[in-house]
Design a protein around this ligand. Structure first.
Ligand code: COA
Length: 245
């Protein structure tokens, strides 16, 4: 277990657990969390012992209630508060990780919470989950990639429906929108996520990495280029398997 203050990072049996841990503030994302997250992401990205990653939130009420509003209020302006967040390329680093990442979501998943969830590959939610992107109502826009990652998951109209109106989405609708892969009871959340992680980590890491890259990088390409990417990765995987054998 690593000694950060607002993130708990643990490694158990090939699984990296990242827990957002400011439960009294509903795990609101502050500058310290940004700095710690940056370190954790760097560590798990290059650690061969970590085959699959689970993101979760500490406490009963929230995965993450968005940007820390107290920092927003103490910064000279919301603009400056936003700029501070851009100083570290956390989201680029997050999206560059080619390992499978599962989000275990419960309670409030707001603003940065949604954006963290969108950087994950598989999202499992508890029945009490509530998603919202309240940024526009605060006079700002998402700054952690949300305006780009969310439409890639749920499409343009559904994203704008949430972003422009600040409307919140509960579990049943989240499933319908494909914002989450699965909804389970609160008690089952971690067991279901861990069971899934257990299945994934049994697979060959390079196959997982290439499968993730084929899908995520391919989504930003035309079909022709995407097919070339798939063929290239497929060939590289086979030749590395032959070399090993
Ligand atoms: N930043 C800083 N502190 C936050 C926070 C945030 N985004 N969200 C919640 N908290 C704190 C509250 O200030 C409160 O602290 P306190 O106990 O010291 O007073 C504590 O977390 C519990 O929150 P509370 O508001 O009492 O819980 P609730 O269940 O009544 O309401 C929310 C939960 C999420 C609806 C409400 O906290 C909220 O609207 N938070 C802000 C969400 C937001 O706009 N985020 C920014 C996105 S860009």
């Amino acid at each position: 277990m690593s000694n950060f203050e607002v993130i708990i990072y643990e490694k158990r049996d090939g699984v990296g657990y990242v827990t957002l841990s400011r439960p009294k503030a509903l795990n609101a994302y502050n500058i310290q969390m940004r700095d710690e997250l940056y370190q954790v992401l760097g560590a798990l990205k290059d650690d061969p012992e970590v085959r699959v990653v689970i993101f979760k939130g500490a406490g009963e009420k929230a995965f993450c209630a968005g940007a820390d509003l107290t920092e927003f209020l103490t910064a000279p302006s919301p603009i400056i508060a936003r700029q501070v967040r851009w100083e570290r390329p956390v989201w680029e680093l997050f999206l560059s990780i080619n390992k499978p990442i599962i989000a275990a979501l419960h309670g409030y998943v707001l603003g940065d919470g949604v954006e963290i969830a969108m950087c994950c590959d598989i999202r499992i939610a508890a029945e009490d989950v509530q998603f919202g992107v309240p940024e526009t109502g605060l006079g700002i826009i998402p700054a952690a990639g949300g305006s780009q990652t969310l439409p890639r998951v749920i499409g343009r109209a559904k994203t704008l429906g949430m972003l422009l109106s600040g409307r919140w989405v509960k579990a049943e609708e989240a499933l319908r929108l494909k914002l989450v892969n699965q909804v389970v009871s609160r008690d089952d959340l971690l067991p279901v996520v861990e069971e899934l992680a257990g299945r994934i980590k049994a697979y060959r890491p390079l196959a997982l990495s290439y499968a993730k890259q084929a899908v995520t990088r391919g989504l930003d390409m035309g079909l022709g280029q995407g097919l070339e990417l798939e063929a290239r990765l497929g060939r590289a995987l086979i030749s590395s398997k032959q070399k090993r054998e």
